[in-house]
Design a protein around this ligand. Structure first.
Ligand code: ASP
Length: 339
């Protein structure tokens, strides 16, 4: 019999409304399970591990990502798949981080949550959780149908490191603008094998270390020299996610390029991603990005912001040299970027 491990971290799915204040607060996993008696109907064994204190995902930290990855690593051989119950706010960050932490993954790690608590009459939690379990246990030719980290939300399964929370209220809260959905849930589950990651036979390797000495620089017309100067002079800064316009463009003002050159001389890695949700950075396409390749700004191509942040933190947490990190940023490590 197949076996699934549910890891409960918190989020709206397991929250109750405080009667006095109306504020949503986390409650424990057993109370959550009482709300879904259907779970007993699955023909697989389901076990669970819960965070001691379930959290709103806005409180997720890299140490919590490592806890989730460690639980999966420690229980890897005992289970066929893993379902991570998680708040939707930072789910895309956790999914991206897990994809880098779990190298050579060959079993499904499906993150899900909900927009409404499980106890609410119109909740989306039940469908999300039940289908996530079904996906985590799905097999193709005796092997896991989805051997990768993915997010299931409102009938769609997305590659974790390609997804983003794109709506604060709709049940359809996620999208993956630069990558097709991996599966759709209707009357039956329709997988798209051609876009699902191909697992290798190597043993699972856990990479639990992150370095958070990074910053984000989101450009806007009129941004001041002082602001950029302050960011590049943050003590111990190792990398900047530079959020540019359109296909990776930015102002050609001399002071701006000079500040980027100064940062790169200090061995700060600058990763260029677009403020647009869809499409890719194409350095050199316009005059407004033609300096970037020359001065050593790294193109983040079609990476999501969440992946840019977590990939940098992951790579900076390894022993790789500055040059090797720049190379790895351009390569697809887990299907997170177009090669
Ligand atoms: N604030 C909640 C969280 O991310 C929202 C949700 O679960 O959807 O934990």
């Amino acid at each position: 019999m197949d076996s699934i491990l549910i890891i409960y971290t918190g989020g709206t799915i397991g929250m109750v409304r405080d009667e006095e204040t109306g504020v949503l607060k986390s409650f424990d996993f057993d109370s959550l399970m009482i709300e879904i008696p259907e779970i007993k109907k699955f023909k697989c064994s389901i076990e669970s591990i819960s965070f001691n204190e379930p959290i709103d995902s806005s409180n997720m930290q890299p140490k919590n990502w490592s806890t989730i990855a460690q639980i999966i690593y420690d229980n890897y051989n005992k289970h066929d798949g893993f379902v991570v119950l998680h708040g939707s706010d930072t789910m895309a960050y956790t999914a991206s981080a897990l994809s880098f932490m779990l190298e050579n993954l060959s079993k499904p790690v499906i993150l899900t949550g909900s927009q409404l608590p499980i106890g609410d009459v119109r909740t989306d939690a039940k469908e999300n959780l039940l289908t996530a379990i079904e996906i985590a246990s799905a097999k193709k030719d005796g092997k896991a149908a989805v051997p990768e980290v993915a997010i299931y939300f409102e009938y769609d399964l997305y590659r974790g490191n390609r997804s983003t929370k794109s709506h604060a209220e709709d049940f359809e809260a996620f999208s993956s603008p630069n990558y097709p959905v991996l599966a759709q849930a209707g009357v039956s589950l329709k997988f798209s094998p051609s876009v699902i990651y191909k697992a290798n036979d190597k043993p699972l390797k856990l990479n639990p270390h992150f370095n958070n000495n990074i910053a984000t620089l989101k450009l806007f017309p009129g941004i001041s020299e002082q602001q950029i100067f302050s960011i590049i002079n943050i003590p111990n800064l190792k990398a900047i996610v530079l959020e540019t316009f359109g296909a990776g463009n930015a102002s050609t003002q001399i002071w701006f390029i000079d500040l980027l050159i100064e940062a790169i001389k200090k061995r700060i890695i600058i990763l260029n991603i677009s403020q647009c949700e869809g499409g890719s950075v194409d350095q050199g396409k316009y005059e407004t990005s033609s300096a970037f390749d020359k001065i050593g700004v790294v193109s983040g191509k079609d990476m999501t912001y969440e992946t840019a942040v977590t990939k940098l933190m992951y790579l900076l947490g390894t022993e790789l040299s500055n040059e090797e990190i720049k190379e790895s940023l351009q390569q697809s490590l887990r299907g997170e970027v177009l090669e």
